[in-house]
Design a protein around this ligand. Structure first.
Ligand SMILES: Cc1cc2nc3c(=O)[nH]c(=O)nc-3n(C[C@H](O)[C@H](O)[C@H](O)COP(=O)(O)O)c2cc1C
Ligand code: SF4
Ligand code: SF4
Length: 256
């Protein structure tokens, strides 16, 4: 039976993880309450859930791990035995230890993970699986939610095994491509407001603090005027090589 409400809790700079979380949560709850953890906030420091709650967590894979800043933010949550489903989205390379890391953090925070999914999304860099998550991927998220509800209705509360190794591989950092602003910029300020790292100067949108920027490309995808760009020769060469290397299609995986 559906929950009255399901939470969708995510870190999602370019939106793939959010889409998957909301689709899954809408199968599990009659309504969905979104908790966007893409930007740090004091709100997450003592956020508590309860035994009757259901939470869908979702986040991208960064270098085979969860992004470190998001992993830290999760440390402020208290599960109090809330049931959850866990999704990582990844850009068609691999998810390595990210799902295992997500599982371990959530158990440690008092959640009961009943299912896991690794779903392919458009890679941040290059032109890799640009339409994903597509209709089939979202249908899979929907089926994932349905299987979890059936599991609960059948009284099965086992926590599934997931691939990954501990100690985890090194990863969880940002990249090192720093966007700039073209002359199409209309100075609306959206990129600076939405940057998860507050890395864009509020006085001059072309100035990026490279010690803070994680190369998540949220500002590039989100600019309404196509004015945020990443067009250095170094990036172009990398993107071309990477696009060729990751041209085969990876399929999604579910663990119940
Ligand atoms: C810094 C960084 C590292 C990434 N590392 C990986 C990786 O190890 N494996 C992979 O398949 N995709 C990787 N990606 C791609 C993202 O995981 C993928 O595009 C994800 O769906 C983005 O999620 P979002 O749209 O919710 O932000 C990386 C992206 C960034 C920005
Ligand atoms: S979102 Fe685009 S148009 Fe708006 S300030 Fe940023 S670069 Fe300029
Ligand atoms: S400036 Fe860097 S961290 Fe901020 S949104 Fe753009 S790519 Fe992401």
């Amino acid at each position: 039976m559906k929950f009255k409400e399901a939470f969708a809790v995510y870190f999602s700079p370019t939106g793939n993880s959010r889409k998957c979380a909301v689709e899954t949560a809408s199968t599990i709850g009659r309504s969905v309450r979104e908790v966007d953890m893409t930007k740090a906030s004091a709100e997450f420091e003592n956020m508590e859930f309860g035994i009757n709650d259901f939470v869908v967590f979702s986040a991208p894979v960064y270098g085979g791990r969860l992004y470190k800043g998001f992993a830290e933010r999760l440390g402020g949550l208290k599960g109090n035995l809330a049931k959850c489903a866990v999704i990582v989205t990844y850009g068609n390379r691999a998810y390595d230890d990210a799902l295992l890391e997500f599982k371990n953090i959530l158990i440690e925070r008092g959640f009961i993970p009943l299912g896991f999914a690794a779903i392919v999304g458009r890679h941040t860099y290059g032109q890799i699986q640009v339409d994903r998550p597509d209709t089939d991927d979202l249908k899979m998220c929907w089926e994932f939610g349905k299987c979890i509800l059936e599991k609960i209705d059948g009284g099965f509360f086992n926590v599934p095994d997931v691939p990954g190794n501990f100690p985890y591989k090194d990863g969880g950092n940002g990249g090192s491509f720093f966007p700039s602003t073209s002359d199409k910029c209309r100075k609306c300020g959206l990129c600076a407001r939405d940057c998860p790292q507050e890395a864009i100067s509020g006085d001059n949108y072309d100035i990026v603090d490279t010690t803070k920027c994680i190369s998540c490309f949220r500002c590039i995808r989100g600019c309404p005027f196509g004015a945020r760009v990443m067009d250095t020769d170094e990036y172009r060469a990398f993107a071309e090589m990477f696009t060729k290397k990751l041209s085969r299609r990876c399929e999604n995986e579910i663990f119940l």
